[in-house]
Design a protein around this ligand. Structure first.
Ligand code: PFF
Length: 446
């Protein structure tokens, strides 16, 4: 096999992983989930799951990727036996589904950046405006534009495409978002917003944990780009022995800080605009927040900056999903990068068309997102935790220990975390989410 390209620098790898992690999950989904599941109560459970479940699973993906230097399908073929050799397919399937609707939503966000620049938020009513952006030919066109951007970056390869672009994008996201959070702190509704966002009510958690837990777990996986082999793929380009635990800590911390900061922007804006009747769910930033931007001073330009940040974040994540499938075609089928990327862009664009075109409502979005985010990613993570936790323990510890001189008994702490708490929580969550998904399908089609 041809010599595999590798990251030019350590920062390149970390920024690419942060770029993957920081995306629609942090700035589109996170605020609406906080709103849906009781404010700070959700935040607390989410933070716990990121640390206890997300971080150990990220290390699993890193070790498998660096050990095999392969895409997820090839990686499991190489080290696994029997049915384990097939597990990589879950990841490729998840990549197809996620990217297909991710690109659609990112296209809407791009459109909302332009609307802000024109000073037109909520023109003709926030809800009606969103429906016209999110359905029909408008939405198909923005989906196509965004997919073309993804294809362009990934076609240039690891160093010149992905590494180059994340070095621009990730610092831009961080700087702009911090600027907005500082601005939001000066708004009149900030105090009330912080109280809602930051003081958890333990009673709410106790009363609703059967709902909060599965939602927070799915959110933790989605936001950290886990369960579909992105981190396997990115770590497969690691040329030397790195301290994977250290890199993982930086990545998790930055991702979490950025989601948290997105909340520091969104909630003060909402409270200042005195929006009591907030649309929760996927339309949150498009309807409620856009409405709020139309009510506050400088809302057009502030909103445009906000949506521009989300657009950049979405692009830096979307390229990571595309890279999983592209690296699979390159490694396993010997296809060249350029044709592989273009062909995939076209196919995934077509898969996303129902979500893009649907003229009224967001039913197809719920169908796609529920399947990929709440089922496939959790399943993928669970299988990997079982694999390293119970089957290939030695391989995991050996690989993790390579860049860490004093791993000591921490290796076994990691393994036992995977073996018991991670697996139990993910099994509960998978069951709950499957039931929930079935019920939502019945609600839509039944
Ligand atoms: N982590 C990305 C986000 O928060 O938007 C989404 C994502 C990227 C999910 C890559 C899954 C994935 F494999």
């Amino acid at each position: 096999m041809a010599q595999r390209e590798s990251w030019a620098t350590r920062a390149g790898f970390i920024l690419a992983a942060v770029g993957s992690a920081v995306g629609l999950g942090n700035i589109w989904r996170f605020p609406y989930q906080v709103g849906e599941y009781g404010g700070a109560a959700f935040l607390v459970v989410y933070l716990l799951l990121v640390a206890l479940i997300g971080f150990p699973v990220m290390l699993v993906e890193f070790t498998i990727g660096r050990r095999t230097e392969r895409n997820p399908v090839g990686a499991l073929k190489q080290i696994g036996e029997g049915a384990w050799t097939k597990v990589g397919w879950v990841f490729v399937l998840a990549g197809f589904v996620i990217l297909s609707y991710y690109s659609v939503v990112a296209g809407w966000i791009l459109r909302y950046t332009a609307i802000g620049l024109q000073g037109n938020y909520a023109a003709g009513g926030a809800g009606a405006q969103f429906m016209s952006v999110a359905g029909g030919m408008d939405s198909v066109v923005t989906h196509a534009i965004f997919m073309a951007a993804i294809v362009t970056v990934v076609a240039f390869g690891i160093q010149q495409g992905i590494e180059f672009s994340v070095k621009l994008m990730v610092p831009a996201i961080i700087a702009l978002l911090i600027g907005l959070a500082v601005y939001a702190g000066t708004l009149s509704g900030a105090g009330e917003a912080y109280a809602y966002y930051l003081s958890p009510d333990l009673g709410t958690i106790a009363a609703n944990w059967t709902e909060i837990l599965p939602a927070a777990a799915a959110q933790a996986f989605f936001t950290l780009s886990l369960g579909m082999g992105v981190m396997i793929t990115y770590a497969s380009y690691l040329g030397e022995d790195r301290n994977l635990a250290k890199d993982g800590t930086i990545i998790v911390a930055l991702d979490t800080a950025i989601a948290f900061t997105a909340g520091l922007v969104a909630f003060p804006v909402l409270y200042t605009a005195e929006l009591t009747d907030v649309a929760a769910g996927p339309s949150f930033i498009f309807v409620s927040l856009a409405q709020a931007f139309s009510n506050i001073p400088f809302g057009g330009i502030i909103g445009a900056i906000f949506f521009a940040i989300v657009t950049i974040a979405a692009l830096s994540s979307a390229i990571s999903i595309m890279e999983v499938v592209v690296s699979y075609l390159i490694d396993e089928h010997g296809v060249d990068r350029l044709p592989a990327t273009i062909a995939l862009g076209v196919v995934i664009f077509v898969v996303g068309l129902p979500v893009a075109y649907e003229p009224e409502g967001l039913n197809w979005l719920v169908v796609y997102d529920g399947f990929a985010n709440s089922i496939l990613l959790i399943l993928g993570g669970l299988l990997l935790a079982i694999y390293i936790g119970w089957v290939a323990t030695d391989l995991g510890i050996e690989e993790l220990g390579k860049g860490i001189h004093n791993l000591g008994s921490w290796g076994m702490v990691w393994i036992w975390t995977l073996r018991v708490p991670v697996i139990i929580v993910l099994l509960i969550v998978l069951t709950q989410n499957t039931i929930g998904y079935y019920e939502s399908l019945v609600g839509i089609f039944g």
